[in-house]
Design a protein around this ligand. Structure first.
Ligand code: FAD
Length: 484
């Protein structure tokens, strides 16, 4: 019954997926007194043998305010510990084709995003869960079926022998945190009229490793920047790691990947497009990584609603996989968990809590999905355009000198605040209208002032009379010419 789902009675929750978002959700529910079981398809990523199984995700990622807030709200100490191993990135470092580097800071007030090792972050959350008596972690469990009317999930469990067995479990609530190709979402669709769309962009991504300097053992590039080599239709980026290496990613249209066949073509491509990268990674490593590492697709998923009655809810990539160009995928997933928990805490019935979660969240999630898509153009092309730099400079000037005006760049509000994504976009639109008006007033003022100055100076009369005389002479000349 509805009452039996009151948050005041600890319930049984089954979380599908022990990625970063599923692990964080487990922490929130466990601390809230629920009986939590996490089911994960893969083996435990803390076991080095299982690491390679997870290589469909970038090795490191950028964590920013929303992600940190999601962590901090449930466990400030753990957050401190995790952030100690993160590397601050104060801005973008743009590398042009001649190898010139120019820094574009992220925030006039010195706020920064951080580069963090994905496995470390995920592992730290799992370690924390291991210590809680009301949490069970079950690896090698693949969700196969979800019968929400019977509150029953069926998993295929992979045994060490390689054989599999079928396991059925019951829970009061199922949380799908099983990524972009979510099985939970697929099964939930049978119960609820779930609108769903997915889009693959034409670019793929491939990772490279830039080792520390062989002589000094130090970083080969400034570690406090996210490095970008923007080349209009494709780009190369690098994020720093604790061991003083960089993890680099090439984002490029599939057709271009297809054209690069074999080591020679690859070297030629890099020497033409990213000549400064070749000595930093080394020819051999560059070729090795390119041939060995997968060229993976990028998917964007939108859906609505995210829940079915009081039985099931999907979060993280399962609900809103996005292209990685705003560095928000996981951050947004962590925000999902914080927002979901705030709804659960605020309602005495789980059904209304999940309903209000869906209704608040779906507008924000669609917004960030679109922003992430648009930011690909910004990263690979706009960052080098004068208009973009002028606009950014003007907004930052206002933010820095006239903070009361509340003008902030879109990037700053997305990455360094917890203002809902939807509200951020509304503010930016408002701000652009106001700034457009201010710019018009400014231009009219300048032109008016100039006119007044010329008029008052009086010297315009001389210029005017001179102009009249010249005009008159031209006319007379023309008349003489016509008369023959
Ligand atoms: P996932 O990380 O996909 O985890 C899902 C888990 O569910 C996995 O462990 C999987 O094994 C498990 N699972 C799947 N199916 C089943 C099943 N049937 N049964 C049981 N378990 C199952 N985000 C950022 O915030 N910042 C960044 O800088 C950033 N950079 C990125 C760079 C790249 C190249 C890419 C591809 C993504 C990037 N992201 C970034 C996005 C980020 O990786 C994702 O948003 C994040 O991993 C989502 O976490 P999740 O836990 O929801 O899903």
């Amino acid at each position: 019954s509805e009452d039996s789902n009151s948050i005041y009675e600890p319930q049984k929750v089954a979380i599908i997926g022990a990625g970063p978002v599923g692990a964080l959700a487990a922490l929130y529910f466990a601390k809230g007194g629920w009986q939590v079981t996490v089911y994960e398809l893969r083996g435990d990523l803390r076991n080095p043998e299982n690491r390679s199984l997870n290589f469909t995700k970038s090795i490191n990622l950028a964590i920013s305010e929303r992600g940190i807030n999601g962590l901090r709200t449930v466990d400030p100490d753990l957050t401190e510990m995790i952030l100690e191993s993160a590397i601050p990135m104060n801005g973008r470092m743009i590398h042009d084709i001649a190898g010139k580097q120019s820094s574009q800071r992220y925030d006039v007030h010195g706020r920064f995003i951080r580069s963090i090792d994905r496995s470390y972050l995920n592992g730290a959350l799992l370690d924390e869960l291991d210590q809680m008596s009301n949490v069970e972690l079950k690896f090698n469990h693949n969700l196969k079926r979800l019968s929400l009317e019977r509150s029953e999930a069926t998993f295929e469990r992979r045994l060490p022998s390689g054989e599999t067995e079928t396991i059925r479990v019951n829970a009061d609530l199922f949380i799908g945190a099983d990524g972009a190709h979510s099985q939970t979402r697929y099964h939930m669709m049978k119960y609820v009229r779930l609108n769903f769309s997915q889009e693959y962009i034409d670019s793929l991504w491939c990772e490279f490793h830039m080792p520390p300097c062989s002589k000094t053992g130090d970083f080969q590039l400034d570690p406090n920047h996210l490095h970008i080599w923007p080349r209009q239709t494709f780009m190369f980026i690098a994020l720093p790691n604790q061991d003083k290496s960089f993890t680099c990613t090439l984002f490029m249209p599939e057709e271009m990947f297809k054209d690069i066949v074999g080591p020679e073509a690859l070297l030629k491509f890099f020497l033409t497009e990213f000549p400064d990268v070749v000595p930093l990674i080394g020819e051999e490593n560059l070729i090795g990584d390119y041939l060995k590492n997968q060229k993976l697709p990028l998917i964007s998923v939108k859906c609505n609603p995210y829940h079915y009655r009081n039985k099931c809810v999907i979060i993280g990539d399962a609900a809103h996989a996005m292209v990685p160009f705003y560095g928000q995928g996981m951050n947004c997933g962590f925000e999902d968990v914080r927002v979901l928990w705030s709804h659960i805490s605020a309602h005495s019935s789980l059904t209304t809590a999940l309903e209000s979660y869906t209704s608040e969240r779906h507008k924000d999630l669609h917004v960030i999905n679109d922003l992430a898509m648009n930011n690909y153009v910004e990263m690979r092309a706009s960052v080098t355009s004068t208009t973009y730099l002028l606009k950014k400079g003007f907004q930052e000037f206002l933010y820095s000198w006239f903070p009361w005006m509340g003008v902030r760049t879109l990037y700053s509000m997305i990455s360094f605040s917890n203002i809902s994504y939807g509200e951020v976009v509304r503010r930016v639109k408002r701000q652009e209208r106001v700034l457009g008006f201010v710019a018009q007033v400014f231009i009219v003022g300048v032109l008016g002032g100039l006119g007044w100055w010329v008029w008052k100076g009086g010297w315009w009369r001389e210029v005017w009379n001179e102009g009249l005389l010249v005009g008159k002479e031209w006319m007379e000349e023309a008349v003489r010419y016509i008369d023959g």
